[in-house]
Design a protein around this ligand. Structure first.
Ligand code: SAM
Length: 297
């Protein structure tokens, strides 16, 4: 039987919105222990010119590789600011995450060490480090380095000793992942995922984002670590991919995004997804319950 102190009363919050706001301010408005899953795709801090100016005294040779260098202001901070920014948003994320919840964080070698260190400082436990292998990665044009063809995703939880985070083990083992040549049907899912970075036409229908994530990797994450009806938070919503993916698989969402134009793209994508969901439901009813799974990767 659960002890009284282990029972956390449910917190009622509103959801299914994207707010044009800094995520730290946005998360600040939310009560503690209210979010089931966070999918964070923060700035990787790689929009640098050829030389990396870590501070006023030192510079490192370009770390550009094949990354889609966007030269966006939101993706260009001095190292110390980036570290403090990471600590600030991760602290808020930890506070609002339920003990049964977890958080996935995307990154590359440019930022993931900093995020990893910040998590450890805050007592956020790393459950797994997933390598997202992109076999269709853009070739290296300079011929001066290896072709960058993966991103890293940290799966974490808020650090409670009981490790009460939700994990759909059955889906991870027996789910359908036809395009992932590294996933053997019926065997445990490993930490290297083979998924192309290609997006469907409808993902780009309302405008592009320079670092947009494909829906198929997000629905995989959501199904692995949340239940239908759960609330998913995207602190860096971009073009709304995490929120759209949540809606496709019957979860609720909250997104924060500082750029108005990306909020506009997100809203249009979400309205389109709503219509699509309705059409799929109608079709399934007409076909006597036949189900359509748009999320198979
Ligand atoms: C890596 S992109 C996310 C892309 C998103 N995963 C998608 O697929 O559309 C990061 C986004 O965070 C936004 N951003 C940067 N700093 C932010 C902050 N402090 N709060 C909220 N959004 C922020 C940027 O405008 C950018 O759109």
């Amino acid at each position: 039987m659960k002890k009284k102190k282990d029972i956390i009363p449910p917190v009622v919050i509103s959801f299914d919105y994207i707010r044009n706001s800094n995520c730290i301010d946005g998360m600040n408005t939310l009560p503690s222990n209210c979010i089931d899953l966070i999918i964070a795709d923060p700035p990787y801090n790689l929009s640098k010119s050829r030389d990396w100016k870590w501070d006023n005294s030192a510079s490192l040779a370009g770390m550009g590789g094949n990354w889609n260098i966007t030269n966006e202001n939101w993706d260009n901070m001095p190292l110390e600011d980036y570290f403090n920014f990471s600590l600030a948003w991760l602290s808020e994320a930890k506070r609002i995450l339920k003990p049964t919840g977890s958080m996935w964080i995307f990154g590359t070698y440019h930022n993931i060490g900093i995020i990893n260190f910040a998590c450890q400082m805050l007592g956020i436990e790393i459950i797994n480090e997933v390598i997202w292998y992109k076999k269709n990665a853009f070739p290296n044009l300079s011929g001066r380095r290896l072709t960058a063809s993966h991103e890293t995703i940290l799966w974490t939880h808020s650090g409670g000793k009981k490790r009460n985070y939700f994990f759909d083990y059955d889906y991870s083992k027996n789910g359908d992942f036809p395009s992932d040549k590294l996933k053997i049907p019926g065997k445990q899912m490993r930490t290297v995922w083979d998924l192309s970075n290609n997006k469907q036409q409808e993902e780009l229908k309302f405008g592009k984002h320079p670092t947009q994530k494909p829906i198929k990797i997000l629905t995989r994450i959501i199904k692995l670590s949340s239940r239908p009806g759960d609330v998913i938070l995207a602190p860096f919503a971009g073009a709304g991919s995490e929120c759209v993916a949540a809606k496709i698989v019957g979860r609720h969402y909250i997104g924060f995004e500082t750029d108005k134009e990306y909020c506009r793209i997100s809203e249009e994508r979400l309205a389109y997804t709503e219509k699509e969901n309705e059409q799929i439901n109608l079709f399934q009813i007409k076909q006597g319950g036949m189900s359509i799974d748009k999320t198979r990767d």
